[in-house]
Design a binder for this molecule. Structure first.
Ligand code: FES
Length: 128
């Protein structure tokens, strides 16, 4: 049967998202939008010695976009930049116990926001 319902984990992260808000001391920020639905995600990261030590997000979007934002900020903490770049949207969705097929595209925002934040950091810190 096709999975059309949100997992309990998705609901938990949607209703009680982790790491919401701005991160004034961020040294990398990624802004991405989904042109189809118009949802937008901003991801802040603080990198120290090549490792992401803090991450926050602000997302204007659907439940799946909020839940994947929350999960990606949890997943990246403590990771090196190279390890963080390996986090795919599938990995984020899997960590949430899966997403309905029609909502998989929402998890792409989380992956893109993470990549954009890392690129932004690298641009600002050319030695990294
Ligand atoms: Fe737009 Fe989910 S419907 S990100």
């Amino acid at each position: 049967m096709e999975n059309t319902q949100y997992s309990q984990k998705v609901m938990d992260h949607f209703l009680h998202p982790h790491n919401v808000g701005e991160l004034p001391e961020a040294n990398g920020v990624g802004n991405v939008g989904n042109p189809v639905c118009g949802d937008i995600m901003r991801l802040y990261i603080k990198v120290e010695d090549g490792r992401i030590v803090e991450a926050r997000f602000k997302t204007f979007g659907c439940g799946a976009a909020i839940a994947t934002s929350s999960m990606v900020t949890d997943l990246v903490k403590g990771k090196t930049l190279d390890e963080a770049l390996e986090i795919s949207n599938q990995a984020v969705a899997e960590a949430l116990g899966g997403l309905p097929k029609v909502k998989m595209h929402c998890s792409v925002l989380a992956e893109e926001a993470l990549r954009a934040a890392i690129e932004d950091y690298k641009k600002k810190e050319p030695k990294a």
